[in-house]
Design a protein around this ligand. Structure first.
Ligand SMILES: [Zn+2]
Ligand SMILES: [Zn+2]
Length: 253
């Protein structure tokens, strides 16, 4: 993670969480743990700032957030909202509209054009925060920061939905034989001879997009309660596909 102004942390609180995770037998997937400034910024985004048009543009351009902050965003939302993941679902539903378009078949120079579309057009909005809202971000209460960095609710969601998201893992991130690739490995390998075949990557992205759409709609009154485990798992699949799978694997490791 890039060091940025206003993102300084409280090392004492971070160490405490690491110790709790270690006692529970889990590897901490966020090393170092989220600093106070990062939790505060993520909580501020999740409380509504993320709906602003300029934030939407940044999130789409960055394919969500970097791996650290994407997992951090899910963790903060899961802990502050008791697993009610409305805003991450909407964000990644929009991001996957972009993913489906990026992987659309093309007649000429398909592989190099898809690879180009998969690159970041914007930096992660938390690594590169909008400092014009500093006062609002700083006003996020201490108790929200303390609660927000609890990884346990997200870890529960990841463990409950593991059978659904495990088949979507990138073979290069996991070091297994799966032909599927996350966005980053796909962009890197598409130009290489013998690189990944596009049709199966396309099927994965279309599947994740469908599940994310169902999940995002399940927060509406008419569709309440209609989400299935695979729809909730798609949120982890979306973060893994966009930013790489290592932190999610570390979360359940
Ligand atoms: Zn970031
Ligand atoms: Zn990967």
């Amino acid at each position: 993670m890039r060091r940025v102004p206003g993102m300084g942390g409280n090392d004492t609180a971070g160490t405490m969480v690491t110790d709790e995770a270690a006692q529970a037998g889990h590897v901490d997937p966020l090393r170092p743990p989220l600093a106070d400034g990062e939790v505060r910024y993520l909580a501020w985004l999740g409380a509504g700032a993320i709906d602003e048009p300029q934030e939407q543009v940044r999130l789409l351009g960055a394919w969500g957030m970097c791996q650290r902050h994407a997992l951090g965003f899910l963790a903060v939302e899961a802990s502050l909202n008791e697993g009610w993941m409305f805003r991450p679902a909407v964000v990644y539903d929009h991001v996957f509209d972009r993913a489906v378009r990026a992987l659309a078949p093309r007649r000429l120079f398909e592989r190099s054009r898809v690879a180009a579309y998969l690159l970041d057009a914007e930096p992660c909005p938390v690594c590169d925060p909008d400092t014009s809202h500093r006062a609002q971000v700083d006003s996020v209460p201490e108790e929200v920061v303390a609660r927000g960095r609890d990884l346990a609710p997200l870890r529960r969601l990841a463990l409950e939905t593991r059978p659904q998201w495990e088949p979507w893992i990138c073979g290069a991130c996991a070091g297994n034989g799966s032909p599927l690739r996350c966005r980053l490995h796909l962009a890197a390998e598409l130009r290489a001879p013998g690189g990944p075949a596009l049709p199966e990557q396309r099927r994965l992205v279309a599947l994740l997009s469908r599940h994310l759409r169902t999940y995002a709609r399940s927060f509406g009154w008419a569709n309440r309660g209609l989400d299935m485990p695979a729809d909730r798992a798609a949120l982890l699949g979306a973060v893994g596909w966009c930013a790489g799978w290592q932190s999610i694997l570390g979360l359940v490791g």
